[in-house]
Design a protein around this ligand. Structure first.
Ligand code: MOS
Length: 736
């Protein structure tokens, strides 16, 4: 341990200078000799069969190297579904193995040419004819209360405690509302990109914009029946990723096309390809019903939802999860059905489920507070449970009431008028809203790391982890420096390559603690190796791993005893460097405890009385996410998530043509994410109580920041205007 802790300092991002100076090479820029370029051709119907493929004109277009369709694609196995040790895919739709069409936008051909422009042009000349069949596309058929359709694919596990329906009927006060949220699409600055080079029939390298290196390696091994050891996946820089830079059809097709073309092939998705080929966030319809006593305590909490996924896919958007965790109630009725439609797959997108689920739950709570004439924070405080309300486990650390109190002070919540439509500034109605945030703590199994110390006094930590811009490289160097007792500038952190020890995906807000747990294991192995090297006259001779601590650049007997620096041990043993490698301990901390990140979102809006335009004018997020390793990168994570939440509240919506299943707004011109002018200064703060059960006391910061944001905006819009909008996004037509 360092006497002066580096963990907790606002260290600037290590990858920052390379990114802002243009020195960073992204997947679409990696130089590869003999590279050819690919373009996808995607279906224009949602369901049916391909009945004809005419490649005549495309084949004779300039620069064409190869064209692959299901007629000449190699046999490929189906990728394992969801994130497991065997892979990370959100679909089990077979890729180009048959003539069947499963969604509008499914890749049906891939054209390889000498230049990207030639590939684009030749792809435009491919003619596919289809025999359409009837597609299931109408979300409105799935309304809550409508008969169960025949294509219910699965359900998120229901939670039934007591008789919530009966409690609701006899409650002193109740609200019973339906909320809707639209389909969302991932809009990272860098579109998905991949480059594949085969070395021989059995080995390849894939450069990929991914948040799942080890799992992509495993997926390719499964799909192409290869030994994972013969597959190298490299992902040094990623230009943003929010849950779906995992394995999709485009990487598999790029690899297959590279084999067919006998050339390295690069495939960069266009923005519209991102909308059509990769999955987004499902539409939801959610019913929240709350039954309460006069003091606000809940007799019934009902949260029922319908969400969708594509045919052959299987990701249940867990929008009913916050309702299990946040509030005490006598009876719970929580249920969710997942229905298959002929759409792109539903995939994880920042705070999957929780972000849109909290919109419904936190708006309903605001409605209840108003009916009871209670301050919404006072109501939430009265509902604070002593233990996890639906599984009975104690919380490892939950300080929401403190967050409510400190957040309210800092935001000036007491000055809010509780009467809707009562504050005005010129043409603008002004209002404030609040909502609670929660996101589960996860530490994924399967992560490994190595730690190397060298005779020149440096240490290098290696793991196949991901830096998508959130600060991984920086915070891990900080942690390792403290753990090894070295100055920060003596510690390297190498990542982004499957040649390093296996890592968990950067998902579920789980990467940071997962890596820390594997560095702990690797360091223990390193200490054992170092002690083995020490000579018989060393003060460390005969010491065991538990007898020593790491500080001042070396290994020392505990309690201030003597020891040796790392270079001293290595030099005396005639070694240039020494490595320890280890696997993270199994994530058993969640067996006995309910572990979650928490937060509370305070929002002020101004709503124009003529145009209905909603401007967010002030924000405070107060978070309870355990120990903060780096205030600079954590604050940036929270802010980014809040920006994304504001997008979901006010503008983001992927629109499908319900006759054809085609995305109508597959571009950033028509799918509106917030720009700088839409975002006020965002204040973020945190309690910083280390979680006693988590490695280093840290919990996830990547996703919880998005939870509750849309509800806080909607509640503020109600406070400003008296209008309840239960249907995202909150566009002017709904406000007026
Ligand atoms: Mo997060 S949506 O699990 O990357």
């Amino acid at each position: 341990m360092n006497a002066d802790q580096i963990v907790g300092r606002a260290v600037p991002r290590r990858d920052g200078p390379a990114k802002v100076s243009g020195a960073a090479r992204f997947t679409a820029e990696v130089p590869v000799a003999g590279l050819a370029h690919a373009k996808l051709v995607c279906s224009t119907i949602a369901a049916g069969e391909i009945v004809g493929i005419d490649l005549t004109r495309a084949r004779s277009a300039p620069g064409v190297v190869a064209i692959m369709t299901h007629d000449n694609a190699p046999a490929m196995r189906i990728a394992p579904l969801l994130i497991t040790l065997q892979g990370a895919s959100f679909t089990r739709a077979p890729v180009m193995q048959d003539a069947r069409i499963r969604w509008n936008g499914q890749p049906v051909a891939i054209v390889v040419a000498e230049t990207p422009e030639q590939a684009d042009h030749a792809a435009s000349l491919v003619r596919i004819s289809y025999a359409p069949t009837e597609a299931r596309l109408l979300f409105d058929d799935l309304k809550i209360g409508a008969p169960q359709p025949d294509h219910v694919q699965g359900e998120a596990p229901a939670v039934t405690l007591g008789d919530a329906a009966a409690a609701l009927r006899t409650a002193h006060t109740s609200v019973d509302r339906v909320y809707r949220t639209p389909w969302h699409t991932h809009c990272a600055i860098e579109p998905h990109a991949t480059t594949v080079a085969w070395h021989d029939e059995r080995s390849l390298t894939m450069w990929d914009a991914t948040q799942a290196i080890t799992h992509s390696q495993a997926t390719l091994a499964e799909v192409f029946s290869l030994d994972p050891q013969n597959i190298r996946v490299v992902s040094q820089f990623v230009g943003g990723a929010f849950g779906n830079k995992m394995m999709w059809s485009h990487q598999i097709l790029c690899a297959a096309a590279a084999r067919l073309a006998q050339r390295p092939v690069r495939l960069v998705l266009s923005r519209s390809d991102v909308f059509r080929v990769t999955g987004g966030r499902t539409r939801t319809e959610q019913r929240v019903a709350l039954g309460a006593r006069a003091d606000g305590t809940l007799t019934a909490l009902v949260h029922e939802a319908t969400t969708t996924t594509g045919v052959n896919d299987g990701f249940a958007e867990q929008c009913t999860f916050p309702a299990r965790v946040l509030y005490g109630a006598d009876a719970f009725g929580i249920d969710q059905r997942v229905v298959e439609l002929h759409t792109p797959a539903n995939s994880s997108m920042r705070a999957p489920g929780e972000s849109v689920g909290s919109f419904a739950l936190e708006c309903a709570l605001d409605e209840l507070a108003e009916q009871l004439d209670l301050d919404p924070l006072e109501l939430r405080t009265r509902l604070e449970p002593a233990v996890h309300p639906t599984n009975g486990k104690p919380f490892s650390g939950r300080h929401l009431v403190e967050a409510y109190r400190l957040g309210a002070e800092r935001f000036g919540w007491a000055e809010r008028s509780s009467t809707p439509r009562s504050r005005r500034d010129g043409r603008w109605w002004v209002g404030q809203g609040v909502a609670t945030a929660t996101y589960p703590y996860t530490r994924m199994p399967g992560g490994r790391a190595s730690v190397t110390v060298s005779a020149d006094g440096h240490a290098t930590v290696r793991t196949a982890a991901h830096e998508m811009g959130m600060g991984t490289a920086t915070v891990q160097a900080q942690y390792a420096a403290d753990h090894l007792g070295l100055p920060l500038d003596r510690v390297h952190f190498e990542y982004g390559d499957s040649r390093h020890p296996a890592a968990v995906p950067a998902g579920g807000s789980a990467q940071t603690v997962s890596i820390i747990a594997s560095v702990v294991a690797a360091t223990r192995a390193l200490i054992a190796e170092l002690l083995r090297l020490t000579a018989s006259d060393s003060p460390l001779a005969g010491a065991g791993t538990d007898d020593v601590s790491l500080r001042d650049g070396g290994v020392y007997l505990r309690d201030g005893g003597a020891g040796q620096s790392y270079p001293d041990i290595l030099r005396r043993a005639g070694r240039g460097e020494l490595t320890g490698e280890g696997a993270a301990s199994p994530p058993t901390e969640t067996a006995q405890h309910a572990m979650h990140s928490f937060g509370v979102q305070f929002c002020e809006v101004r709503v124009h009385d003529v145009t209905g335009e909603v401007r967010v004018s002030r924000w405070l997020g107060m978070f309870d996410t355990g120990r903060i390793i780096n205030p600079r990168t954590a604050a940036s994570q929270f802010r980014g998530a809040i920006v994304m939440g504001i997008g979901s509240a006010l503008s983001e919506e992927t629109v499908f043509d319900e006759r054809t299943g085609r995305v109508l707004n597959a571009s950033l011109a028509e799918y509106h994410v917030p720009v700088h002018a839409d975002i006020p200064p965002i204040e973020v703060a945190w309690l910083g109580h280390p979680d006693p059960m988590a490695p280093l006391g840290g919990k996830g910061v990547g996703e919880v920041g998005m939870v509750g944001v849309a509800a806080a905006v909607a509640n503020a819009v109600h406070n400003a205007t008296g209008r309840r909008i239960r249907d995202l996004p909150i566009t002017p037509d709904k406000v007026l």
